[in-house]
Design a protein around this ligand. Structure first.
Ligand code: FAD
Length: 435
């Protein structure tokens, strides 16, 4: 057996959180050789959201090294050289297949052994595949998923091979909406299929969704709701040719994209660490039930101070901030000091076509649509407030300026009282500007 390689700190996973954690370690001060990032991927940490956006542009597409972390939040771009200059070891193309938290040992698929004093689990999520449920024909070529850069390259290759063809997008969430737009922009004939009554049902209200569905329809995207894909046909080469729907319809397809959700990658730690909400349970400093083991970003179920409950958040802003919080807490603890508890305000965003929305806070309680959600508007600007116990707890805004987006974030944090819902509806964005 190979000799173990020891590091003071190991970040397991080389995605968004790993990049931001490495930058924070460098800021706080580490010695060369103390920190390693171990990643299944073959490239240094990058801004994952770019994969469903700029990476798929028909012209001037984003490519590495352009979107390595930490450019997504306006910070310095950490190229592989940055890691070597700081003495941070990037151990790439290395999948950890066994983690023994008791002996502080990680084992790779090639039997390499790594030991650590402090571990940060940043393994993110994996996509749910239709083959997981045994959907007939789901293993055909060009039925694609999108989680990492290899997946994105497969999609780009398929778009080139099936130029101007027919694409079916299964799922009406983030991935479904962003990829339908990307495929349409690449001149595919696109059909979206999802079982829910409207797209992005976990966030959008009926009023918000009506705009996006209308806008997509005006762009020529076909939308089929209330049904699911139950099987696929393929040709003699094994390439997908059709999607069979539960409602009996059959759609021709050269490419199928499936975006039906993800699962946090926690299986290596099952039975070794406390879990909650499908993730690894942490405190407000992202330390798990095992001292010296931290879990950050998608995999962490942490106390959301603002709402006084445990939550798991699968969004990039939290990936960045939880990584920074954990590293600050680790370094403070070593110095016998402490840092304030994590006090996160949920923030999600998405972009497709010329559209761009932001959401802050919690989408619970009564929703109040404001502005003009006409999908034919030249410059759409509209949104929604959510009101719970007489207070605004969440705000969504399409087409906001930087100042307007700052204003809605402030509202979601301040939770101002609302006496008159009708007046709020009329006031719309002006309400946020006054808070
Ligand atoms: P990841 O960034 O996924 O990194 C996990 C890393 O761990 C990967 O490198 C993986 O290969 C590695 N890994 C996992 N298991 C092992 C193992 N056993 N051994 C070694 N390495 C391992 N969020 C938004 O808020 N807005 C968006 O617009 C948005 N767009 C997105 C678009 C796409 C296509 C995707 C996939 C996600 C998007 N997200 C978006 C979500 C956001 O990217 C994630 O929440 C964020 O990347 C989570 O960071 P993470 O570090 O936990 O996981």
């Amino acid at each position: 057996m190979a000799a173990a390689k020891h590091f003071t700190y190991v970040i397991l996973g080389g995605g968004v959180a790993a990049g931001y954690a490495a930058r924070e370690f460098a800021k706080q001060g580490i010695k060369p050789g103390e920190l390693a990032i171990i990643s299944k991927e073959s490239v240094a940490p990058y801004e994952r959201p770019a994969l469903s956006k700029g990476y798929l542009f028909p012209q001037n597409a984003a490519r590495l090294p352009g979107f390595h972390t930490c450019v997504g939040s306006g910070g310095e771009r950490l190229l592989p050289e940055w890691y070597s200059e700081k003495g941070i070891e990037l151990i790439l193309s290395t999948e950890i297949v066994k983690a023994d938290l008791a002996s502080k040992t990680l084992t790779s698929s090639a039997d390499a052994i790594f030991t650590y004093d402090t571990l940060l689990i940043a393994t993110g999520s994996s996509v749910i595949k239709l083959t997981d449920f045994g959907v007939q024909g789901a293993e055909a070529n060009n039925i694609l998923y999108l989680r990492d850069i290899d997946d994105a390259d497969k999609l780009v290759a398929a778009m080139q091979a099936k130029k101007d063809g027919k694409a079916v997008v299964v799922g009406g969430g983030y991935i479904g909406l962003e990829l339908s737009a990307a495929l349409k922009t690449n001149n595919f004939d696109v059909t979206m299929v999802y079982p829910e009554p409207w797209c992005m049902p976990r966030l959008f209200t009926a009023g918000l969704a009506a705009f996006y569905e209308g806008y997509y329809a005006n762009k020529g995207i076909h939308i089929i709701k209330g049904t699911v894909a139950v099987g696929f046909d393929a040709d003699a080469n094994g390439d997908v040719t059709a999607v069979k729907l539960k409602n009996g319809n059959v759609l021709e397809a050269d490419i199928v994209i499936v975006g039906v959700g993800g699962r946090p990658l926690t299986h290596l730690f099952k039975g070794q660490v406390a879990e909650e909400k499908g993730g690894i349970k942490t405190d407000a400093f992202f330390e798990t039930s095992v001292p010296g083991v931290y879990a950050i970003a998608d995999v962490a179920a942490f106390p959301m101070k603002l709402y006084n409950e445990m939550r798991r958040v699968e969004h990039v802003d939290h990936a960045r901030k939880s990584a920074e919080q954990a590293v600050k807490a680790i370094k403070a603890k070593e110095a016998g000091e402490s840092v304030p508890e994590y006090d996160y305000l949920p923030y999600f965003y998405s972009r497709s076509f010329d559209l761009s929305w932001q959401f802050y806070g919690d989408n619970v309680g009564e929703d109040v649509l404001f502005g003009d959600n006409d999908p034919t508007a030249a410059k759409p600007k509209f949104g929604s407030y959510w009101i719970k116990d007489g207070k605004v707890v969440g705000v969504f805004l399409e087409g906001g300026s930087a100042e307007e987006n700052q204003a809605i974030a402030k509202v979601a944090r301040a939770q101002p009282p609302v006496a008159d819902v009708e007046a709020l509806k009329k006031e719309g964005l002006d309400f946020a500007a006054k808070v």
